[in-house]
Design a protein around this ligand. Structure first.
Ligand SMILES: [Zn+2]
Length: 359
């Protein structure tokens, strides 16, 4: 997908994501049954890059689950809050995403919201923004985990629910958006040790990226079921059909998410919950995060650039995963690529009886 998007994206970082750094070779790293590259540039976009997004969201989800587990252990309260904005098929993403962002900020600054939060012992929140598209147009929404100094009582829950809804709704109406349906526009779900609210939240974080959830969403598409599309479903649909209207949607999504955070902790909350862990930026998370595995070979810079140019990046790794260096050599030869740029294996790999003379 990243190969396909390179040709049509308006994001210059995405165009360069996955290319070799400078003129150095690209290392092939084996970790268990899987291979990966090392020495590639990464764009670090959690919105538009299918590769970086998956890594960022996967690693943030892990970070968040540890933070919330710590909060629950410490006896804090935690509430899962979803906020949406009413929309029609004609609404531009700029309008609804902007309305949601401004509405959230405005509501948080209101005295009644501040009072309800203060009474409940509000510590901060972790916010994940999500954008999907359905028959009714763009559907931007946010998923927060709000953390409180103590477990949230039914009274506090009631006040928070009322104030969050009323203030956000008042902002929408005053700014020309449609009013929200009661009980639907804002939803609060208390997270306890036993509730599945957190699990659902973490699954959502990962579904927004590319992964199993995305594969399942695409499965739905094929069966013609109704449902909302994840942004990468839109990209995949365009790459299959080359439909210009769909590309317009993708470009609108690129434009409106540019420079916006995907998931973030409010000020001070991360330090409170994960004091011993240094904070990593999206770019850090997208870069080679782990040192696991051993280098089993290298592709010369020029050869890797040829591999990228014809969209074989994933196929190279798959061939190594399934058939080792023999399969990789076969693949490169089939595409008339010069295998003198393939070096390795630098040590015996797997059980396939690898030919060490390659390159
Ligand atoms: Zn990237």
């Amino acid at each position: 997908m990243r190969f396909g998007l390179r040709g049509v994206t308006t994001n210059r970082w995405l165009r360069e994501c996955g290319l070799p750094l400078g003129v150095s070779d690209v290392a092939l790293i084996q970790n268990g049954d899987h291979h990966r590259y090392s020495g590639l540039s990464t764009c670090g976009s959690g919105w538009v890059c299918p590769v970086c997004s998956a890594k960022i969201r996967f690693r943030r989800a892990d970070e968040i689950s540890r933070a919330i587990a710590r909060a629950i252990e410490a006896g804090f309260g935690a509430v899962f809050v979803t906020r949406t904005i009413p929309h029609t098929a004609e609404d531009e993403l700029r309008t609804t995403l902007g309305g949601l962002t401004e509405g959230r900020a405005w509501a948080s600054s209101q005295k009644m919201v501040k009072m309800a939060r203060a009474e409940a012992g509000f510590l901060g929140c972790i916010t994940a923004k999500e954008i999907t598209r359905g028959n009714n147009g763009w559907h931007p929404h946010t998923h927060d985990v709000e953390v409180f100094r103590e477990p949230v009582t039914p009274t506090a829950y009631g006040k928070l629910s009322t104030e969050y809804f009323d203030k956000l709704n008042a902002f929408y109406v005053r700014n020309g958006h449609k009013p929200m349906a009661k009980g639907i526009g804002v939803k609060l779900d208390i997270i306890t040790r036993d509730s599945d609210a957190l699990g659902r939240y973490l699954v959502k974080l990962q579904e927004t990226g590319v992964g199993l959830g995305n594969e399942m969403a695409r499965g739905d598409l094929k069966k013609g079921r109704k449902g909302s599309l994840m942004p990468f479903d839109i990209a995949a649909y365009f790459l299959r059909t080359r439909d210009a209207d769909v590309l317009k949607l993708w470009h609108e999504y690129e434009r409106e998410t540019k420079g916006k955070s995907v998931i973030r902790f409010s000020k001070g909350l991360r330090a409170e919950l994960l004091p011993d862990e240094p904070e990593a930026s999206d770019a850090d998370l997208a870069a080679d995060g782990d040192d696991a595995g051993v280098e089993v070979g290298r592709l010369a810079n020029w050869l890797y650039r040829r591999v990228v140019a014809i969209g074989l990046e994933a196929a190279v790794l798959r061939s190594l995963d399934t058939g080792g260096f023999g399969a990789l050599t076969e693949l490169l030869t089939a595409y008339h690529l010069d295998t003198t740029g393939l070096h390795g294996p630098t040590r015996e790999i797997g059980s396939a009886g690898v030919d060490n003379s390659v390159g």
